[in-house]
Structures are given as C-alpha cells and as structure tokens.
Design a protein around this ligand. Structure first.
Ligand SMILES: [Zn+2]
Length: 396
C-alpha cells in the first residue's frame, strides 16, 4: 500500500551500480543528501518559538499525559504505526438508539438514532489537522486541553466562560488527526515563512524539482504517480488524503475509527481543523441539508463578529448556503459531508491562517494565531450551549 514510498526509495537508491567507485560516489551523495535533509529540517525548527506554541507530536503526547479531568485513550493507529489520541470530557449521554442515523431519518425521526430532546449536554467533536503541515490546529487543541484541565491557556490567560461551557458539554478531542503527515513536516511554525516553502512541505516536490500544487494534487489518490519525487505532509504514510478517503470502503483505518466514534457519540458539531494562507474561515459543507448549512453559516457569522471585535482578520460572515452542483464540476463529498451522514452533526471545516509572510495574506503573530483559534472555540461552545439540539420536539 505504501507505493509512493517505495517509488521514492527506488529513485534514491542508485539501482544500477556498475563499479565499486560508483558505490563510493553513491554513498557520498547519499551522505550529502542526508546532511542536506538534516539541515533543511533544522531550518524548519524555530528555536525562538513562544512556549505556548505546542505543535509537535511530542507536545501532543505531553498534553495527553497531563489529562486528569478528562479521559485520554489511543483511538487508533496511523498508517505509519503512530498513536492517534482521543481525549474526552463529560459523560456520554444515553441516546436510546434504535436505528442508525439514515434509517432514523427515513423513519422521519432522527431521535430514533439519538434521543436529543434539548436536555442532554451538547456533544462536540474537534478533529485535529488531517493535513500534516497545518500544525496550527494542534497548537489550538493543546491549549484547549489546558483550558479544559485548568481554565487557562498555556500563556496563563484565563478563559472562564469557555472552561465553564466545556464542563457543560461532552467533548471529543483528537489533537493530531494525521501524525504521519506531521512527522513528515520539519517545520514547527510558519510564521515569517514564505508561502512557497509552506507549499513545498505540504504538497510535496515533483520530479522536475518544482512544488506540487493544490488542488491538482488531488488528481492522484492515493497520492503518487511518476511526477512525484517527495511526498508532502498533506497525506498519511499510505499517501491517503484523509479529507478524501473512500467513505463506503475506507482506505485508512483511522477513517473507520472516526466514523465509529461519530456514530456512537452522535455529536451535534464536528469541526475538522485546517489552515491556509488567508483570513480565517468556516468553509461550506456540501451535500448536507439546508438547515445544517444555515447552522454552519450562523456559526461563521458569529465567529466573524467575534474576530472583528477583537481587531483580528475576519470575513464578512459565514458561508452562504449553496445549491450543490449548480455548476460543473460539482463540489466533493468530503470528510465533513460524509461525517454528517453518519450522525446528523453540523460538520464543517475551520481554516485558520498559517502566518506566512507572502504578500496579500494577513501577517500574524503566534499570539494572534492562538487567539483566533481560542476565540473560535469560545464562540462555538457558547453557541452549542445556548441552543441545545432538540430532535424530539415534534415526535409522533
Ligand atoms: Zn487542510
């Protein structure tokens, strides 16, 4: 299954070796390449990062070890054999489920899947970055774990309302959704870096030495093909883009684990955390009911207002509900669309800026990048606790 890696190994392994001399040259080149790799990796490691900027897999492990109020477990393992952690807070409600979600909907009663009558704690599932270079989401979730545990972020700043609201909810946090990709990303922060560098690490490098680019990287799945020299951090170790797995026959084990979790927990909200080079956004989810699109828009509106009040970059509002596929080509049925259909959640992508310095994108500090994420959580938990989901109001 690891075709891209074997392809990479072949390209670098000097398959035709006519003499001992060429072996020596080959070894020297390999050593030079390794040195280069180590150096470029070292370039990616900022030594002056603020202490609250916890984006590494070791930071996630440390944060998980510090969990006392909640419960931490290994949910599953990545394709590369790395642990994927789940931290939960609050009691799991008894949903009195008599049907899976889509059958319950067909029975005109979603409450047959999960008896939500407005009295249960809201359930939120926060899925850490499934794209390895989008490490900002890990920083936000590690800080959120600290807030859940102590009421303060890792800067020592108090988040009283957020902390209280977390206590009123059932919360499912997967701090790092793609540890394989994160391990392949030698950078711990993109603040002050060029967008080109970010793209190179995330999307990978072609055999012509040029950056591979979004969205054409999605034309190969699993990622690979003759044009790819280096796999970017976007994918897991099986070269799967976890936003675009095969939902009805998943290629990645963790896809199965997330869908099982969603089915069992019946979240009201699922957030898939991403980052990009422009202002923060909530992205539209295709192929979900209009009512769910409206909920996503409302959350986006409130987030925008919150950012505006804080003097942070923002958009005018949440995504306007669209009719899917009015124009060719149609939008993709991605992870967030598919998760909705497993459990009925308002499931969406949150994109935070990466902090790159390239022109026409907001220039932000580490502090601001963390503020953006924590304000989003503050607003989301407020929204969730203000209006508990009620599927049982008009039950016959
Ligand atoms: Zn992404």
């Amino acid at each position: 299954m690891n075709s891209i890696h074997s392809a990479m190994v072949h390209r670098n392994s000097f398959e035709h070796r006519p003499s001992v001399l060429s072996d020596v040259i080959a070894s020297a080149i390999v050593a030079a390449l390794l040195l280069l790799a180590v150096e470029s990796r070292a370039m990616g490691q900022h030594s002056d990062l603020p202490p609250f900027w916890k984006s590494r897999l070791s930071d996630v492990e440390e944060a998980v070890r510090q969990v006392h109020k909640g419960q931490a477990q290994v949910l599953t393992q990545s394709a590369g054999g790395r642990d994927i952690y789940l931290v939960t807070y609050g009691e799991k409600p008894n949903w009195h489920s008599t049907a899976n979600f889509n059958s319950a909907v067909a029975g005109r009663d979603p409450a047959s899947y999960a008896l939500k009558d407005g009295t249960q704690p809201p359930v939120l599932f926060l899925l850490g970055p499934v794209h390895g270079q989008e490490l900002e989401g890990i920083v936000g979730l590690v800080n959120l774990l600290n807030i859940a545990e102590t009421g303060r972020d890792l800067r020592g700043r108090e988040w009283t309302e957020l902390s209280d609201n977390i206590d009123k909810c059932r919360v499912l946090i997967v701090p790092a959704g793609n540890p394989d990709g994160r391990a392949r990303c030698g950078f711990d922060s993109w603040v002050g870096e060029e967008l080109q560098t970010h793209e190179r690490v995330g999307m990978g490098i072609g055999t012509d030495g040029r950056n591979l680019t979004w969205p054409s990287v999605k034309r190969f799945h699993p990622m690979g093909g003759p044009g790819v020299a280096t796999l970017g951090a976007y994918w897991n170790d099986d070269a799967i883009n976890l936003m675009h797995d095969e939902w009805f026959s998943p290629m990645a084990e963790k896809t199965r684990a997330w869908f099982k979790l969603a089915r069992e927990e019946a979240p009201d909200y699922i957030v898939s955390l991403h980052s990009h080079a422009v202002s923060p956004s909530i992205e539209p989810t295709a192929y979900v009911p209009h009512t769910v699109k409206l909920t996503i828009q409302q959350i986006g509106d409130r987030m925008g207002n919150r950012y505006a009040a804080a003097g942070l970059p923002h958009r005018a509002g949440g995504p306007e509900p669209q009719i899917d596929g009015e124009k060719f080509p149609e939008p993709s049925f991605n992870l967030t669309s598919a998760l909705h259909h497993a459990c009925g959640a308002a499931s969406f992508v949150y994109e935070t800026p990466a902090g790159v310095i390239t022109q026409s994108v907001p220039r932000l500090t580490h502090d601001q990048l963390l503020d953006l994420q924590l304000l989003f959580y503050d607003e989301l938990f407020r929204f969730a606790t203000e209006q508990p989901v009620n599927w049982a109001a008009n039950r016959d």
